[in-house]
Design a protein around this ligand. Structure first.
Ligand code: IVH
Length: 715
């Protein structure tokens, strides 16, 4: 496999094009073709770029410059001639007015029933109260947001990371399903939906590409993505893309009172909407519609990967609201994953940033649902032995051994998994797998604690694997996301002894001085690239609280949880103070931490223990000293309750406790479980007892539910 690169050619990358010899040019052009070819595959085929856009552009420009000076050395497979090879150099960024979210998943009928029950519970509805859902195919394409102002299409943006997408307006204008102008629409209308390519168009496109000696696509989704994200809109125009509308973003006036009404309205305005969309009066009808769509799947002529259910009543959708990245009112019921059989050639052990020893299956490469798979996760030793977390058999107790034929599947975009093993094809002389008892990376004892399915290296920060993984996590996209400092550079810098903990990244420039001699002499680094790197690092000294919390790589604290913590504590000082003061399962700070919606005892314990570990604490302090951490913005600063601490007590009659809490938090309030001097408002329903008394003693503003609702504008 070609190496990924964030920098120029190891020997000549730093030499000016004018100073290159013809031999050097030939060698570098070959290297560039390989690098750019691999980058194109990662980006276009796998949708998983390993180098930054800026590096890609840099390599591409270098390639063009060398070709210009040595035209005779231009390769027949020159990257300059590859169609669809450009990474979004020219796409501007567009901030979405309303975030583009993803959907939670249901994998079986039980999950669908649970979805219905969760919603009823949240809204306080009886089991048999009427509740209508829409059910429609989940289109396997890429989502697009179209903005119309006074009926004119003014902007089209990809989803991007949900908050910011790419400006693909010129490209969207070439899609026949997307009207340029609409009559009778609200002044501002953002229509959201999926861009996709039909099976027939996909096959014809690949045939044309093959004939022209161009690149072919592995599936319609990648073809649609590769076609939409073309810098040259003429190319998009030549590609047969389609669009289904299924949602909306910013609106100056509501489209309807119901989801189905809004979809009808979009249809009337001239958008294609999916004809298999139907209203269902509960989980039974939803599942029946799912089966109906599943039966038609092969004949639809375009790829779908499940069925999406949405609460029909938009007032209820509004009450249900969102978790951090998914709506409570919708879910995607996925079709079963595609399966394939192959041989497991080895089991490797990887040591993660929390020390977990993770077994990974190395597979004979096999295509599963259009993607070549050569690794699969094996979770832990019990899983390999054929037992689940409770000790109950999985795969009817069949274990997995090197040499076995295994059945692989992909669930969504996640790493492939193993579903089953065929014992009739097991070769002779295989042996049961035994998990190593010492860490393969540092030789420390690998310990499995009671109640933990995972064996962990006890080496902590002395374990190079843990240290490197922590650093990789630290620079990852959702954490510090430092341009030019990816996983590969982190490994190199760690191996060279330049960085051992995150804080070291921020002292690199000072330690190496402006002369940059050491970095400059290092293979592949030039003066300019090193200076660029230090600038990129400096750019990240000022950073948001949620990113900092996530970047620490604390076990159980993912991106969403970090955001919840940041929104709750709002400043680093308050967060740090709380984590330092809190004792596991004891005291007010612990209570407060556990009262945050989405924070459970496991995460809370992990946070508090981390802040009480000396080495970890020292590493965090050294990092923080290098940063200016921006406070988390209170989510709705213009609401009358933003920044206030609210306690609910007694019986709430107009909403459930969960809804009250989520609603208050969405308006920027903090919800606490107990009354203290810090409490601003007590909302007391009938039956309120000791909390109301305490609030009265402390002189805290107390109100009933109706007053509260009137205050937040929900009466
Ligand atoms: S609704 C707030 N409806 O699936 C929810 N999404 O996994 C907005 N998708 O990002 C999404 N078909 O790109 C919705 N009928 C459908 C869909 C659909 C495909 C995609 C969409 C979304 C992703 C979430």
């Amino acid at each position: 496999m070609a190496q990924s690169s964030e920098i120029g050619h190891p020997q000549t990358g730093d030499v000016a094009v004018d100073d290159l010899s013809a031999d050097q040019a030939v060698a570098e052009l070959a290297w560039l073709a390989e690098q750019l070819g691999a980058a194109n595959t990662d980006y276009h085929r796998d949708d998983a770029p390993k180098i930054s856009d800026a590096t890609y552009d840099f390599l591409k420009r270098r390639n063009t410059a060398i070709e210009k000076r040595f035209p005779k050395q231009k390769r027949s497979d020159s990257p300059s001639d590859v169609v669809g090879g450009a990474i979004s150099e020219g796409f501007g960024k567009i901030q979405h007015v309303v975030r583009m979210l993803s959907l939670g998943n249901a994998f079986d009928d039980d999950d669908v029933h649970e979805f219905d029950q969760r919603i009823r519970k949240y809204l306080g509805l009886e089991v048999d109260a009427p509740l209508t859902f829409t059910a429609e195919p989940k289109i396997d394409g890429l989502s697009l947001s179209l903005r119309y102002e006074n009926g004119q299409l003014v902007q089209a943006a990809t989803r991007g990371d949900g908050a910011t997408g790419e400006n693909v307006t010129a490209n969207a204008r070439t899609i026949a399903d997307i009207p340029q102008m609409i009559a009778g629409a609200p002044e501002v209308l953002e229509v959201r939906g999926e861009v996709y390519m039909s099976h027939a168009d996909f096959a014809a496109l690949n045939a044309r590409q093959t004939e022209a000696g161009g690149k072919t696509f592995s599936n319609p989704r990648n073809a649609a993505a590769g076609s939409l994200r073309q810098l040259d809109a003429e190319i998009t125009k030549a590609r047969p893309l389609k669009f289904f509308a299924y949602a909306w973003g910013d609106l100056s006036a509501p489209l309807a009172d119901t989801q189905s009404g809004a979809i009808d309205r979009l249809n009337e305005l001239g958008f294609s909407t999916n004809p298999l969309t139907q209203n269902c009066d509960g989980p039974k009808a939803m599942i029946a519609h799912y089966r109906k769509i599943e039966a038609q799947r092969a004949e639809l002529g375009y790829d779908i990967d499940g069925v999406v259910y949405k609460v029909d009543d938009l007032a209820l959708q509004r009450r249900l609201g969102f978790r951090s990245t998914t709506p409570r009112w919708a879910i995607a019921h996925k079709f079963p994953a595609e399966l394939a059989w192959t041989v497991m050639e080895a089991i490797d052990i990887q040591v993660g940033r929390t020390g977990a020893l993770s077994p990974v299956a190395r597979l004979r490469p096999v295509t599963v649902g259009g993607v070549v798979v050569s690794n699969a996760t094996l979770h832990n030793e019990d899983y390999i032995a054929g037992r689940d977390g409770n000790g109950d058999p999985i795969r009817e107790g069949r274990d997995l051994r090197v040499g076995d034929w295994v059945q692989v599947y992909r669930a969504g975009d996640v790493i492939p998994k193993i579903k089953d093993v065929d014992l009739s094809r097991r070769p002779d002389n295989t042996v049961a797998f035994a998990m190593p008892k010492i860490c393969p990376e540092c030789g420390s004892d690998a310990i499995r604690e009671a109640g933990d399915a995972v064996r962990r290296c006890s080496g902590g920060i002395i374990c190079p694997a843990q240290a490197v993984e922590k650093l990789k996590h630290f620079v990852s996209r959702a954490a510090f996301d430092i341009e030019g400092l990816g996983a590969k550079q982190v490994e190199q810098f760690y191996a060279d002894g330049w960085i051992a903990t995150p804080a070291d990244i921020f002292t690199l420039r000072a330690r190496f001085g402006e002369g940059l001699q050491q970095l400059k002499n290092r293979e592949g680094w030039g003066e300019k690239s090193a200076a660029n790197l230090f600038d990129a690092i400096d750019e990240k000294r000022e950073i948001g609280l949620a990113r900092v919390i996530f970047s620490l790589g604390i076990r159980h604290v993912g991106e969403n949880s970090a955001a919840l913590l940041a929104n709750h504590y709002t400043s680093w000082a308050a967060f740090e103070d709380a984590m330092t003061t809190a004792q596991v399962a004891d005291g007010a700070a612990w209570e407060e931490l556990n009262s945050i919606d989405g924070v459970g005892a496991v995460m809370a314990t992990s946070l508090v223990t981390t802040f009480h570990q000396e080495a970890e604490r020292a590493s965090i302090d050294r990092l923080v000293a290098q940063l200016q951490i921006q406070d988390a913005e209170a989510r709705a600063t213009d609401s009358p309750v933003a920044g206030k601490t609210v306690v609910f007590t007694g019986t709430l009659e107009r909403m459930t406790r969960a809804e009250a809490k989520a609603r208050a938090e969405s308006l920027g309030a903090k919800v606490s479980g107990s009354v203290s001097a810090k409490t601003d408002i007590l909302v007391a329903g009938p039956g309120a007892g000791s909390k109301a008394k305490k609030a009265a003693d402390l002189g805290i503003e107390t109100m009933d539910e109706d007053t509260w609702l009137a205050m937040i504008g929900d009466a």
